[in-house]
Ligand binder design. Structure first.
Ligand SMILES: Nc1ncnc2c1ncn2[C@@H]1O[C@H](COP(=O)(O)OP(=O)(O)OP(=O)(O)O)[C@@H](O)[C@H]1O
Ligand SMILES: [Mg+2]
Length: 417
């Protein structure tokens, strides 16, 4: 078992999680560092020095708890300028069927990546969803099968180059190497979804403080990815504005008394607040508090629905419904709100398969960091498989830039996420 450190730089908190995965796929957490996030806002770095300090503090805390020196991280990336698209392409190989190998799949991925190129953006992930081998549709893994032409639909996700480079700079300035980068919502999905849900079709939403990321899975693979640049912090700010209270107070009453649906809150319930400039506490209606929350939630979900419509996602085909995770999933009434809004089954997504420090980590706010550890281990396992396969093929490692190749090939193995 190999120790890895996940680093999730959120709008609300920076988390460094040290863990290892056993052969059953369970994650053993041995160190956690969590500090309030400073100099980071919705994936953007707003102040380099503060952001570096946040990362340093989180790493230091995790290091002390784990009792090991940490030198590299698996990094989660997300942001408002995340874009996804599906590229379809066909590769004619030969007139007679030949055995499909890595190089054919690689070419399809490379071509999809080339076609998705856009100035100012960097491709973060390219995953074939399904293959067609000659006329045979629904091929999950074409390796070793025979065919004269292969088609693939590749899901490509890209993100703003500056956002990515600045995030990397923070980590490097904190003295840590970056072993691997994954999209934060892919990591969250890895932590909270079951393979059955991915197969049946599911919409996973990670609602944090500043970002509401989502991933749609169908037939076991990613269909669409996106991000609404709003989250729980917008709700807190609305409450602060509406009730004329500061952000800390607004956050407290949101967590203690907030509710996502106003019509189920009793008219008579009151919440204590102390408005700015007032000496004494006053009470406000809890129903009104819920109204403020519900209005913003509806706006966020409307934006999310618009994005899904643009991406031609038919929610009726997602039979496993919705799984909501991220810190804002803990808002009281969230499940009921979403059930009513989307008219679909909803469950709250808690990170699954965690052993060690379970009470702390089995929290929707930890979905991304737990998922990063799981993804890193899957990637390591697949690396080994690809290595073995290549050696068996008798190809000289010297003539290939193996690590680069593996990085690319690995993205196509859809069981990676
Ligand atoms: N019990 C609760 N009720 C309501 N909201 C909550 C509760 N607990 C946490 N939150 C909200 O969750 C949000 C933080 O979630 P999370 O830790 O997932 O964010 P983050 O990952 O730091 O940010 P992001 O991913 O958006 O950049 C905050 O807005 C906070 O108010
Ligand atoms: Mg987050």
């Amino acid at each position: 078992m190999k120790l890895v450190t996940a680093l999730d730089m959120g709008t609300n908190k920076v988390v460094a999680l040290v863990g290892e995965m056993d052969s059953y796929g369970d994650v053993h957490i041995i160190g956690i560092g969590e500090v309030p996030s400073k100099g980071i806002d919705r994936g953007y770095v707003t102040r380099l020095d503060l952001a570096v300090n946040s990362v340093l503090s989180a790493i230091r805390e995790a290091q002390e708890m784990a009792g090991v020196k940490l030198s590299s991280v698996i990094l989660g990336i997300s942001g408002p300028n995340l874009k996804s698209q599906n590229e379809k392409d066909t590769l004619s190989i030969s007139s007679q069927p030949v055995e499909i190998d890595y190089s054919h799949v690689e070419r399809l991925i490379e071509r999809a990546m080339m076609r998705s190129r856009e100035e100012g953006y960097e491709v973060l992930s390219a995953i074939p969803r399904k293959f067609i081998l000659d006329d045979q549709e629904g091929v999950v893994d074409p390796l070793g099968l025979l065919g004269s032409k292969i088609s693939a639909e590749v899901h490509v996700v890209k993100i703003g180059t500056s956002l990515l480079k600045n995030t990397e700079k923070v980590v490097l300035n904190a003295g840590m190497d970056i072993v691997e980068k994954f999209l934060s919502p892919f990591a969250s999905a890895e932590a909270v979804l079951t393979p059955e849900e991915k197969e049946e079709g599911v919409l996973m939403i990670d609602m944090g403080a500043g970002l509401t990321d989502f991933v749609v899975f169908s037939e076991g693979a990613v269909l669409q990815t996106g991000c609404v640049p709003m989250g729980g912090l917008n709700i807190t700010k609305d409450i602060a504005h509406f009730m004329k209270i500061n952000i800390e107070q607004a956050e407290r009453i949101k967590v203690e008394s907030g509710y996502a649906l106003s019509d189920v809150v009793n008219e008579t319930e009151r919440v204590k607040i102390r408005p700015r400039g007032e000496e004494k506490e006053v009470t406000v209606s809890r129903k009104q508090l819920a109204e403020v929350i519900q209005i913003r939630l509806e706006e966020i979900m409307e934006k999310l629905t618009d994005l899904l419509q643009l991406q031609n996602v038919d929610l009726n085909t997602l039979h496993a419904g919705i799984v909501i995770t991220g810190g804002s999933a803990k808002l009281a009434g969230m499940k009921e709100f979403l059930e009513r809004y989307f008219d679909m089954p909803v469950r709250i997504g808690y990170p699954m398969g965690v052993i060690g420090l379970k009470e702390k980590v089995q929290d929707p706010a930890y979905a991304t960091s737990v998922g990063l550890i799981k993804l890193a281990h899957r990637a390591l396992t697949i690396d080994k498989k690809v290595m073995t396969h290549r050696t068996q093929e008798g190809k000289s490692e010297n003539t290939l830039n193996l690590s680069n190749l593996i990085a690319k090939v690995r993205t196509f193995l859809r069981d990676i996420i």
